[in-house]
Design a protein around this ligand. Structure first.
Ligand SMILES: NC(=O)c1ccc[n+]([C@@H]2O[C@H](COP(=O)([O-])OP(=O)(O)OC[C@H]3O[C@@H](n4cnc5c(N)ncnc54)[C@H](O)[C@@H]3O)[C@@H](O)[C@H]2O)c1
Length: 210
């Protein structure tokens, strides 16, 4: 099955599988059953088998999955076999935290450039990443062929910055702002909202705890 046709819920679990397979490979595990993998990643074995079946028969009955083969497969599927450069827009409290973190767990995804309107921040290198003035954004994104941006600007600036990102050819936006930004169909937006996550957790604790 083409990877673009897999269910979104499956797609969201792929990085989890990838991370744990990396750990298993580092620990020298050469094969693993879906039940063992389920224990490690805390996802039920039937879901794991179904998720992996979307990509063809990757496991062998009675043997399970070859860790290195599976890892290699996910590396390609998640484009982790090549470096993906990402831009950060808005180097405030949240933006600086992301710059500091800079996806250290992954060797293949990194924030390589940042933009802000605050002159106290621009023209400097922060956590190894150059911070440019917003005026340079479109030109730099095109020049550096960056297709993914992380949006950490105040809500009032979110749509205008998004419009510029779209104009510069960005294809994916990780949106931390509370605004549901409008983009053309070709652009994919992934919203991240820690307040929602916390409220969901509180809801589950209140309604589903015995
Ligand atoms: N999703 C979440 O879980 C979560 C958590 C915290 C904050 N946020 C959101 O993230 C955003 C940033 O929060 P913060 O606390 O870092 O704010 P902040 O005020 O500390 O930082 C915002 C930064 O954006 C810059 N900026 C303003 N207008 C800009 C523009 N047009 N172009 C480029 N840069 C611009 C500012 O100079 C500043 O450096 C806000 O929208 C906030 O609501 C989301």
């Amino acid at each position: 099955m083409a990877t673009s046709n897999i269910p979104e819920a499956t797609a969201k679990r792929l990085p989890i599988y990838y991370r744990y397979l990396n750990m298993l490979a580092t620990a020298g595990t050469d094969h693993i059953s879906s039940t063992e993998l389920a224990e490690v990643v805390k996802i039920d074995p039937a879901t794991i088998r179904r998720d992996l079946s979307y990509f063809g028969a990757l496991g062998k009955r009675g043997y399970g999955y070859n860790v290195l083969d599976l890892l290699e497969f996910f590396k390609k599927t998640l484009s982790q076999d090549k470096l993906t450069n990402v831009a950060l827009i808005g180097v405030g409290h949240l933006g600086q935290a992301l710059l500091n973190y800079n996806f250290h767990q992954s060797n293949n995804t990194r924030i390589s450039v940042a933009f802000d309107i605050d002159q106290a921040l621009t023209g400097k290198i922060q956590s190894g990443v150059p911070v440019y003035p917003l005026e340079d954004m479109k030109e730099q994104l095109r020049l550096q062929q960056i297709k993914i941006a992380i949006l950490t600007v105040p809500i009032e600036a979110a749509q205008a910055v998004t419009d510029d990102l779209v104009e510069a050819g960005i294809e994916g936006i990780l949106n931390f702002t509370p605004l549901r930004i409008s983009v053309p169909k070709r652009v994919r937006v992934q919203n991240v909202d820690l307040t929602n996550e916390l409220q969901t957790l509180i809801y589950f604790l209140q309604h589903f705890n015995e």
